[in-house]
Design a protein around this ligand. Structure first.
Ligand code: HEC
Length: 203
């Protein structure tokens, strides 16, 4: 009786593993970004992320959310994040439209204004595996990550100067993506004034 039960459980487990293997090996699992999510894919990914984040220490912001820091955050944002997460009232980039999961627009709707800063800081520093969200640790300084964190935390109440900084310079999502090809990565964060053809051009 007991032996039969154990055997049943073992066979059950083997069958389950076998089916999972066939699902992947026979090409049933979605691989294109436009394909439907796998059963439970989103839920399991969310579960794992939240369970992990709950175990992390909740560090306090290194910088206050004052205008100077939000402007500094805007500089980081338009260089490193806008391609995927969009700019206020700008259309989505081709890159962001083609991604799965889709990067949330951080200047539309609630964005991450309802998340605690430590949580956003962690995501920007470490990235989110298998989503396309990069980890910026070692690429962007700790202070800058806090500044951009405070910016997206306060995305629903940015002042005109901050918005201006976000939209200033030649930083439309596509031109940013093109800029990076072949040229040196991580340009200086000085705003460029290349939005319009120089006034010298005559018609
Ligand atoms: C190459 C595209 C890409 C870039 C560049 C990128 N992200 Fe993301 N980001 C994503 C994707 C995709 C997700 C969604 C992940 C998911 O569904 O769990 C995401 C998720 C996030 C989240 C979590 C959103 C939520 O609702 O919980 C935050 C916060 C975030 N990104 C901030 C940033 C910041 C700040 C930058 C720039 C420093 C940045 N990202 C750069 C693609 C990107």
């Amino acid at each position: 009786m007991f032996k039969g039960l154990v055997l049943g459980i073992v066979i059950g487990i083997l069958l389950l593993v076998g089916c999972l293997y066939l699902y992947f090996s026979l090409g049933f699992a979605p691989v294109a970004t436009a394909a439907h999510p796998m059963p439970l894919e989103r839920r399991l990914a969310k579960l794992a992320l939240h369970a992990y984040l709950d175990k992390q220490q909740h560090s306090q912001p290194l910088v206050p959310a004052d205008e100077a820091n939000l402007i500094a955050g805007a500089k980081v944002y338009k260089e490193q994040c806008a391609t995927c997460h969009g700019l206020p009232s700008e259309p989505k980039s081709a890159i962001s439209k083609g991604m799965f999961p889709a990067p949330p627009l951080l200047f539309e709707g609630v964005g991450v204004t309802d998340d605690e800063p430590w949580e956003t800081y962690w995501k920007v520093e470490n990235g989110i595996r298998m989503t396309g969200m990069p980890g910026f640790k070692g690429q962007v300084g700790e202070k800058e990550i806090w500044q951009v964190t405070m910016l997206v935390k306060n995305a629903d109440k940015i002042t005109e100067p901050v918005k201006k900084e976000l939209l200033a310079g030649n930083s439309t999502p596509m031109s940013m993506a093109m800029d990076d090809m072949g040229s040196a990565p991580a340009k200086e964060s000085k705003p460029t004034k290349e939005t319009k053809p120089s006034k010298a051009t005559k018609k």
